[in-house]
Design a protein around this ligand. Structure first.
Ligand SMILES: [Zn+2]
Length: 114
């Protein structure tokens, strides 16, 4: 191993090649979102960007809001239900099938046009 071939910048007391300010990113601010399960998610936003009011919690997928005391969805008394569960509550199986078929047909029509 040749000595004296010191990697630049690693020596004690050597001046940094570039001042730190050079590669500092645009100013950012932490924005914290809270979900109903008490997960806090900190997102770093550019200061000049407008933070969205809702953010999906990366841990449980629930919508998270910026108010820790009042996360979105808390006021809803029912447990989470899928859309299908709601549909089944209101409709009979046959009606559900018909709605599903209709929705699929509409989706296929839309896809065919694109
Ligand atoms: Zn969560």
């Amino acid at each position: 191993m040749p000595s004296g071939n010191v990697i630049r910048g690693s020596r004690i007391g050597s001046a940094p090649e570039r001042p730190a300010e050079r590669y500092e990113p645009a100013p950012r601010q932490p924005v914290t979102y809270w979900c109903r399960n008490g997960h806090a998610t900190e997102i770093r936003m550019a200061v000049d960007a407008e933070a969205p009011s809702l953010w999906d919690c990366p841990r449980c997928g629930l919508p998270a809001g910026r108010d820790a005391e009042n996360p979105p969805g808390r006021t809803r008394p029912e447990p989470y239900k899928t859309h299908l569960a709601y549909v089944k509550e209101r409709r009979s199986e046959e009606e559900g099938e018909a709605i599903l078929a209709e929705a699929l047909a509409a989706l296929r029509r839309r896809r065919g046009r694109e």
